[in-house]
Ligand binder design. Structure first.
Ligand SMILES: [Zn+2]
Length: 248
């Protein structure tokens, strides 16, 4: 009897150890393979997804929409819930012109420290309700402000039906920091790869340089044969692992 108990204990301990050893490191490849966070979608196709965060804004957003219309570009807007409520007509215009609406929290909350699940859910659902009420659309993409994420955030977003969307690291234009029109332009034009997700903002503190940069970027990328797609359309080109495909 004693031997049995002893063996059982060894087995249990071994089991625990094995689990600890086998616990995956929750880094980019982990989330990318599980399809829970997307940074970009490498593809043979000449596709690119432009994204605009932190709007809508009455000064910047209409000018950006005008440019997108001029170059027949479809983009994705990661909206802040409070601003969507303040400027509903801009949200409606984005939807009417064929752009994708996505969730960027209700109050632009940074999840860079431990935040309870209920608070994350509150940020997500309040923004979601606002966007749905205003546009009739129910976004299924979520971008956490500042790109901060942790396991609780990813799993809460998943439970609420969202995929977390980041951006291609080599396509971070830093336009929010107004680094100069040329810097924004060259960041995109010198680094572009098929399936990239580009990060812009349709609200920045101070005078935006994003619009002037777009005037150079859009015609040049069109000239090079790129097709501008929404993030959802880009996601349809994802090559998921066999396990993920079975789960779909
Ligand atoms: Zn933001």
């Amino acid at each position: 009897m004693r031997i049995k108990t002893c063996l059982l204990t060894i087995c249990l301990l071994w089991g625990t150890d094995a689990e600890v050893l086998a616990a995956p490191k929750k880094d980019r490849p982990y989330y990318e393979n599980r399809g829970e966070i997307v940074w970009e979608v490498p593809t043979e196709e000449k596709l690119i997804a432009l994204t605009f965060d932190d709007g809508p804004d009455p000064a910047d957003t209409p000018q950006i929409l005008d440019l997108l219309k001029q170059y027949e570009v479809k983009a994705t807007f990661f909206l802040i819930g409070t601003k969507a409520e303040r400027y509903p007509e801009l949200v409606q215009r984005e939807a009417a012109e064929g752009h994708e609406l996505a969730n960027h929290t209700y109050r632009h909350t940074y999840f860079n420290k431990k935040i309870p699940e209920r608070r994350i859910r509150d940020e997500l659902t309040k923004a979601q309700d606002a966007i749905h009420r205003i546009s009739g659309q129910k976004p299924h993409l979520f971008r956490p402000p500042g790109g901060y994420y942790n396991e609780t955030l990813v799993q809460t977003a998943k439970k609420e039906g969202f995929t977390v969307i980041m951006w291609s690291w080599h396509m971070d234009t830093l336009d929010w920091d107004t680094p100069g029109v040329n810097k924004i332009t060259s960041k995109v034009l010198n680094n572009v790869r098929n399936g990239d997700i580009v990060l812009f903002h349709d609200y920045v503190e101070g005078k935006t340089e994003t619009i002037e940069a777009l005037k150079k970027i859009l015609p040049e990328l069109k000239q090079r044969g790129y097709r501008f797609v929404t993030v959802s359309e880009l996601l349809s080109y994802r090559k998921l692992s066999p396990v993920k495909q079975m789960e779909r």
